[in-house]
Design a protein around this ligand. Sequence first.
Ligand code: NAD
Ligand code: ZN
Ligand code: ZN
Length: 385
Amino acid sequence: MKAAVFHNPKDIRVDTVEDPIIEESRDAILRVTSTAICGSDLHIYNGMFPQPRNMVLGHEFMGIVEEVGRGVKNLKVGDRVVVPFPISCGTCHFCNMSLPTHCENSNTEHYGPEGGLLKGKGAALFGYTDLYGGYNGGQAELVRVPYADYGPRKVPENLTDEQVLFLTDIFPTGWAGIDWADMKGGETVVVWGCGPVGIMAMKSAWLRGAKRVIGVDIQRYRLEIARKSANAETINAGDVDAVELIRELTGGYGADVCVDAVGMEADRNALEKAMNVLQMEKGSMKVLEKCFDSVRRGGTVSVLGVYGTPYNNFPLHQWFDKGIILKGGQAWVHNYIDHLLDLVKTGKVVLDDIITHSVPLADAAKMYDIFNKKEDNCLKVILKP
Ligand code: NAD
Ligand code: ZN
Ligand code: ZN
């Protein structure tokens, strides 16, 4: 089969590789019909999550069931499903606590580079390096889906791939950032980062009763998409002091909720330097620090953006003084996906309006480059195997 294979940072190739096979009784093999490139893939692409061997990338995908293991009773060949990006067994200690991104059975070898970043059992994701379980991903014609009786969700035939694909990751992820804030209605929500995840957080904020939604970014075209697709007010942090402006707009108090939908890419130079010493320098946390600066006392900061290194100058004093509620992590897709599919089915939310590029899988390498450089007004890329 053909697949988008990571060879080295900035070196993705569409190669011919072995077809996946059923390895465990709860596996299924999926024929992928649509798959997306995620901001999270860029961390691997840019070498921020080291990957020592070739690997098929891609954790956002859907398709048609081609084969099922004998332990999968709820799916049959021909079913059309969308697949959550975390690989979770559904039965372990953490899955039973509704913490599917901490599944104990999917990644028993979770390791960190010398110096131990992350040790012990931990999250497993499709196509997301050996650190996250070493599973091949879905930017491919076929993919092996472990625990296929727990993750995949059947989708109605009258909805297109584009309408439901983002249930794999970015919609539940944006939703998590808002859900963690336990909103009562009437809140001001500021989302830092108007990428696909940020925009999904903005859509979620409206659905959860926000009175005001503000998107912050440094890319003009992305701010425009935030206004159009998520009906957000926007702030260009490249032009103005966004923290000052947010304070001004909130009567000096700050926002009730700040979402960091940027992560460690905010300061790539500092980060690349930091990766060498396995320690973030001051500056690498820029957006998270700005969330702390611009949230009100007692407000919530939700961290959706990925952070992969330790950081010594964490503003602990500010967290304590302001009584900030801080939440973050890989989103609990399994917990939200059924409710979110209902929102799509009933037309309460539209997800496909953020797609700017839909191309054959063969163009994967070119699209990684364009998405990474934010060229051609690129926001979300769909690959069609
Ligand atoms: P993206 O790279 O398309 O979007 C990031 C946005 O941040 C861009 O629009 C960029 O212009 C903006 N940005 C960069 N520096 C900024 C700054 N200093 N101030 C304001 N904006 C700035 O990525 P995405 O697909 O939207 O993903 C966003 C983050 O969410 C990534 O870190 C990704 O890994 C992470 N993510 C996390 C989960 C999870 O489960 N927690 C799931 C999916 C993605
Ligand atoms: Zn993703
Ligand atoms: Zn589990």
